[in-house]
Write a protein that binds this ligand. Structure first.
Ligand code: SAH
Length: 213
């Protein structure tokens, strides 16, 4: 399988043609081997234009959605990021290429361990992973310049709004199961400004300040 060719095609057809413009984002997608993050039997579809199951009833998002969320974070390279929902670790790896440090939280232990193995193999020393309820955030490391939630919640978890730095940005799928609005949240003068981006479908954010179990 010529993964490099498939990756190039993914970047051109799924990202550039759909107006992903941030060159650093496009470079990260060109570099990171997405097939490493999907189960063996699905590697053939690793660069396809849809989400894929990664086990434990969870999914790795469609490449375009990962790119869109990343682009909205507006990363320059110096940021400290909190990610909720490590999943396969693919989005984490993209962020690790584009920012200074990534703190990522996953509630399912098997997924967190698999992701950690890949981060070690790829040599990401700027990623820290914790197995926990991400809706509580990561208090010891707060505040964060950026927060990204890759699971759907009917509300913005309160601890995360507190752990976002003044002037910081957060992106998350806001809404009920099966249909949400990808939403950009900016903290300005202590207030949150919400901007809807587009409709999307994510697995639920399960936790104290998200969806009930
Ligand atoms: N960004 C991931 C997609 C993950 S799917 C990727 O690129 O593969 C959403 C993930 O959020 C799942 O792995 C799920 O287990 C996790 N999750 C759901 N609720 C959570 C919570 N409260 N804290 C941490 N992780 C959570």
């Amino acid at each position: 399988m010529d993964y490099a060719a498939l990756r190039k095609k993914m970047v051109e057809e799924q990202l550039i043609l759909r107006q992903i413009k941030d060159q650093r984002v496009l470079e990260a997608f060109s570099k990171i081997e997405r097939h490493r993050f999907v189960p063996e039997e699905l590697k053939i579809n690793a660069y396809a234009d849809f989400p894929l199951p990664i086990g434990e009833w969870q999914t790795i998002s469609q490449p375009y959605i990962v790119a869109l969320m990343t682009e909205y974070l507006g990363l320059g390279g110096s940021e400290k990021i909190l990610e909720i929902g490590t999943g396969s670790g693919y989005q984490t790896a993209i962020l690790a290429e584009l920012a200074k440090e990534v703190y990522t939280i996953e509630r399912v232990e098997t997924l967190a361990k698999k992701a950690q193995t890949i981060f070690d193999e790829l040599g990401y020393t700027n990623v820290k992973i914790k197995i926990s309820d991400g809706t509580l955030g990561w208090q010891e490391e707060a505040p964060f310049d950026r927060i990204i939630i890759t699971a759907a919640s009917p509300r913005i978890p309160l601890p995360l709004t507190e752990q976002l730095r003044e002037g910081g940005k957060m992106i998350l799928p806001l809404g009920e199961s099966f249909s949400q609005i990808l939403t950009l949240v900016e903290k300005k003068n202590g207030e949150l400004k919400l901007t809807p981006v587009c409709g999307c479908v994510f697995v639920p954010l399960i936790g104290k300040y998200g969806c009930p179990k």
